[in-house]
Design a protein around this ligand. Structure first.
Ligand SMILES: Cc1cc2nc3c(=O)[nH]c(=O)nc-3n(C[C@H](O)[C@H](O)[C@H](O)COP(=O)(O)OP(=O)(O)OC[C@H]3O[C@@H](n4cnc5c(N)ncnc54)[C@H](O)[C@@H]3O)c2cc1C
Length: 479
């Protein structure tokens, strides 16, 4: 076990800078502890608004502020960039890597909030042509692909060629993310871009929302699902339910109906918004504790969010399987705050808290501008009122005052003016993921190995040798 020195404060390591990681770290600001947050991105990410980055409404900075800046005033918090590759529960250490550099960080208490990634249900090769919606990279790649499809269609149309496959957009997964994404692509094509092109009519673009389930937005109940489906139809989204995607390639995808028949949809731009898989760190923790993993890789935790036999290790948010809790931001926030309270309570000698209890504040999803659905307790709200609630809640939770102000301005541009402020897309956005995936050693291959970097002493020695050679006048003379 990694020992701490006598005068060292209780060390808390937090893995992840998402909702669990950031709110857990913040909740420890007054505790007599030193917190080290290790995350594989330098930013906190407000995932619920990723679709707005992908469709040109918001900039990436507005939903992904630098974690270091958010925590700058929290003196007991240190932020480290690193992909956590190992957690040793016996030694109480966390091992992380960044560009080939390894770091081992000891802890006394640990909060693991590494979230979940996209699941392609065993068909990971789909991801090449149908990016998911989990990170800023994903959103920027999708922005490039969506706006790029219109550009390519304009060129092809000018050459007199068929453009239907370029003007067909398919979103797979009719949960909140899929519904929001499909709604925004439809508004983009049918309203925002309608005057910008000469050879194509963007209003003729097809936006298809596909799901194997029999209704849209299942967690919102049958009534709101039906209302949403009707509304999507009204803004030009074709909803295809009971249809399972069985193949995806560069030019389109294949779906299988319930009766087994297959059909093909020609569509260059596909968005994958179906299925999540918890962080692989859950497997590491499961192997060391015997805690079960469910099909989505979520780990079974004790009612106080700790791991069996390890009261010093808390797992929160999208990584956990407990009482059928949903994978939503509030579960991660409340769980991390609970863990932080427990850690600081223990240091002060307080009795343990009662089991973690989630307080459901409700759910919401936007369909188009001025239209949303929301559930709060037993209330079911639709239309403009739900949209106003969505606006208020999201504005409140966007991190940082300056981001709240600029997001509000961008929403004015989009919702009142029908314009998009963030349409910039580059070739690198679209192709970098594919290029990086072709490197055997990942991005680490693009920089020199730590050992190849000369030390200060090496450089001083080399300079001293240069000086000696010159002063001794021995250059060009054989020894
Ligand atoms: C597109 C989308 C829309 C959503 N919309 C909503 C919504 O409207 N309302 C709602 O309540 N919820 C929504 N959610 C769900 C919500 O965002 C998640 O439930 C929430 O983010 C979970 O918080 P978390 O801390 O568990 O994980 P995350 O917020 O995902 O954070 C995980 C963190 O861990 C880091 N990490 C992961 N692996 C490692 C590693 N190996 N080493 C170091 N760091 C690592 C990541 O970089 C990240 O910082 C949405 C999710 C998505 C993807």
């Amino acid at each position: 076990m990694a020992k701490k020195t006598d005068n060292q404060r209780h060390r808390v390591v937090v893995v992840g800078s998402g909702f669990g990681g950031l709110f857990g770290t913040k909740a420890l600001r007054r505790a007599a502890v030193d917190v080290t947050m290790i995350a594989k991105t330098t930013h906190h990410l407000f995932q619920p608004l990723l679709y707005q980055v992908a469709t040109g409404i918001l900039s990436e900075g507005e939903i992904a502020p630098p974690t270091r800046e958010v925590l700058a005033r929290q003196k007991n918090a240190t932020v480290l960039l690193g992909d956590v590759t190992g957690i040793d529960l016996a030694a109480r250490t966390v091992t992380s890597h960044v560009l080939g550099r390894e770091l081992v960080t000891p802890y006394d208490s640990l909060i693991v909030a590494a979230g979940a990634g996209q699941s392609y249900f065993g068909n990971d090769h789909f991801s090449r042509f149908a990016p998911g919606m989990k990170s800023i990279d994903d959103a920027l790649e999708l922005r490039g692909r969506i706006f790029g499809a219109f550009e390519l269609a304009e060129v092809m149309a000018a050459r007199g060629q068929d453009v239907d496959h370029l003007l067909t957009f398919v979103v797979v997964g009719a949960g909140p993310t899929g519904v929001e994404m499909a709604g925004q692509i439809a508004e983009l094509a049918h309203k925002t871009l309608k005057r910008d092109f000469r050879s194509i009519n963007t209003r003729k673009a097809r936006v298809i929302l596909i799901d194997a389930a029999p209704q849209v937005l299942p967690p919102f109940g049958a009534k709101l699902g039906a209302w949403t489906q009707k509304k999507l139809g009204a803004i030009g989204v074709e909803v295809q339910l009971g249809a399972m995607v069985v193949a995806v390639d560069e030019r389109g995808l294949e779906v299988q109906e319930r009766d087994g028949t297959r059909r093909r949809i020609e569509a260059v731009t596909k968005v994958w918004a179906a299925g999540v898989q918890a962080s692989p760190l859950g497997k590491t923790l499961s192997e060391q504790t015997g805690a079960a993993l469910d099909r989505a890789g979520r780990i079974a935790v004790n009612p106080d969010l700790t791991l069996p036999g390890h009261p010093e290790v808390f797992v929160v948010g999208d990584m956990i399987a407990l009482d059928n809790l949903p994978g939503v931001a509030q579960v991660a926030i409340q769980g991390a705050q609970y863990a932080a309270r427990e850690i600081s309570g223990r240091i002060r000698g307080k009795a343990p808290q009662a089991a973690f209890k989630y307080f459901d504040k409700g759910s919401m999803a936007t369909i188009s501008r001025f239209s949303a659905v929301a559930t709060v307790g037993k209330l079911r709200i639709t239309g403009f009122v739900a949209w106003l609630m969505w606006l208020a809640v999201h504005l409140f939770y966007i991190t940082g005052f300056k981001n709240q102000v600029t997001a509000l301005l961008h929403w004015l541009v989009t919702f009142v003016g029908n314009e998009r402020s963030e349409r910039t897309a580059t070739e690198q956005q679209i192709f970098a993921r594919e290029a990086i995936s072709r490197l055997d050693g990942g991005t680490g291959e693009l920089v020199s190995a730590p050992s190849a970097t000369p030390s200060h002493e090496d450089l001083e020695e080399r300079a001293a040798e240069e000086v000696r050679l010159t002063d001794a006048g021995v250059r060009g003379k054989s020894a």
